[in-house]
Design a protein. Structure first.
Length: 406
């Protein structure tokens, strides 16, 4: 019989700044407002793909857990062994699962460390020198802007004629640097400039998403749904007026309602009760404002075995990134979107040994590949969408990543 691998979780006396702890340029992270999880080193990693990728991911995680002897004196979500997951948008693309060697977590007044293996507790270094921002040259392609706008026009025509209500179309831009791009400096800039977002990094996909797809804690399901956007001007008074117009915009309210419905319908079968506020609030970020709705549900006690993988399978892709009806929207994306989304717009975050977890939708992000990065942005298209305005909205959604890579 092979011997079990020790996994130890213990409390930390100090509350260390999570993003300052990362010792290498390819970290794993899920951090918001200084709380969350960061990890480094790779104990094990794998990829999954295809329509059963969520079930395959669960299977692999369960098999890994069977090899562990866990000592966890801290308890609670995110303690003990943790699986960082970054799922692809489309079943045809590759999803990546990572179990880091070392994980440091913080929640409220609790900080902890988890490490895999029989080595003594790792020593943490939070004195890392500030990493310079990477400077990147972005490709400019008027023809691809024109092609994207024409895709939006096609989508609006299909919405008129084809029983489609909403579709989300995405585009990408590639930036190139003179040296390898370090995810850490991007994460730190994003965390400082977008404090209400979840800053993530998994296998080179790095970003700051304002959209929480799923938080599962024992008996509660939570999701922050976003759809409907207006760019900010930087002038507070004008932005307040714009926020009010967003909250009244029938085009944006329609776009938002489809996204909320898709999430509520997906989690309802798992819940005894669910709370969907009647109207959205306006979420202010540094670059844009969004219509936002926090949906919550109480998990049915008889379904206590339900885990994050099961719910993700139903939730993804929500109408915030795909459309309504889902199948028609996905088919149109396949037909007219000229890019491969990879893990952009897929669920990203962590899942613990109990199957609880926190995962966002990978938005406002980029995929690093050595000295280049591909950043993504998408826009919900409904009957009232205007291609020129949608292109401008997609540019506004690029701002966080572009400005983290000056
Ligand atoms: C698809 C993206 O945003 C989604 C989330 C919020 C608002 C959206 C919108 O107004 O179109 C999108 O549905 C993206 O940022 O790439």
């Amino acid at each position: 019989m092979t011997s079990l691998i020790p996994v130890t979780t213990t409390r930390l006396g100090d509350h260390l700044p999570l993003l300052d702890l990362l010792p290498d340029s390819a970290p794993t992270a899920w951090v918001r407002g200084g709380e969350g999880l960061v990890g480094w080193g790779v104990h094990a990693t794998t990829t999954v793909s295809g329509p059963h990728r969520f079930a395959d991911a669960r299977h692999w995680w369960q098999k890994q857990l069977e090899t562990f002897a866990v000592t966890n004196t801290v308890h609670g979500n995110g303690t003990g062994p943790v699986l960082f997951s970054s799922f692809s948008f489309s079943p045809d693309d590759v999803s990546v699962l990572v179990i880091p060697k070392v994980i440091v977590g913080k929640k409220g007044d609790k900080s902890w460390i988890t490490w895999v293996g029989s080595d003594p507790q790792p020593i943490l270094n939070s004195e890392r020198a500030d990493l310079p921002k990477t400077s990147v040259t972005w490709e400019v392609s008027e023809s691809s802007d024109e092609a994207w706008k024409s895709g939006v026009k096609t989508a609006v025509d299909r919405i008129h004629n084809n029983g489609l209500d909403k579709v989300v179309l995405a585009r990408d831009v590639v930036g190139t640097s003179e040296s390898a791009i370090d995810a850490r400096s991007i994460l730190k800039t994003l965390a400082a400039e977008y404090p209400s977002t979840w800053n993530f990094s998994v296998a080179g996909l790095v970003g700051a998403t304002p959209e929480l797809l799923l938080r599962l804690t024992k008996s509660m399901v939570t999701s922050r749904v976003l759809a409907g956007t207006i760019s900010k001007t930087g002038d507070d008074e004008r932005d307040l007026a714009l926020a009010a117009s967003l909250a009244r915009s029938s085009k944006d309210l329609e776009e938002h309602e489809y996204a909320v419905r898709s999430v509520a319908d997906a989690i309802e079968p798992f819940c005894t009760s669910i709370n969907v506020p009647e109207s959205p609030f306006v979420l202010h970020l540094a670059n844009v404002m969004h219509l936002a709705t926090d949906v919550t549900g109480a998990l049915a006690e008889t379904l206590a075995h339900v885990d994050a993988f099961t719910i993700l399978e139903q939730l993804h892709p929500s109408a915030a990134v795909c459309g309504t009806p889902r199948d028609k929207a996905a088919a149109l994306i396949n037909e007219i979107e000229a890019i491969s989304r990879g893990r952009y717009a897929g669920p990203v975050g962590w899942i613990d040994a109990a199957g609880d977890g926190e995962l966002g939708i990978a938005l406002r992000c980029g995929q690093i590949k050595g000295d280049s990065i591909r950043i993504f942005a998408g826009c919900g298209i409904v009957v009232g969408s205007d291609p020129v305005k949608e292109l401008a909205e997609s540019e506004a959604k690029f701002i966080p990543m572009r400005s983290a890579l000056l």
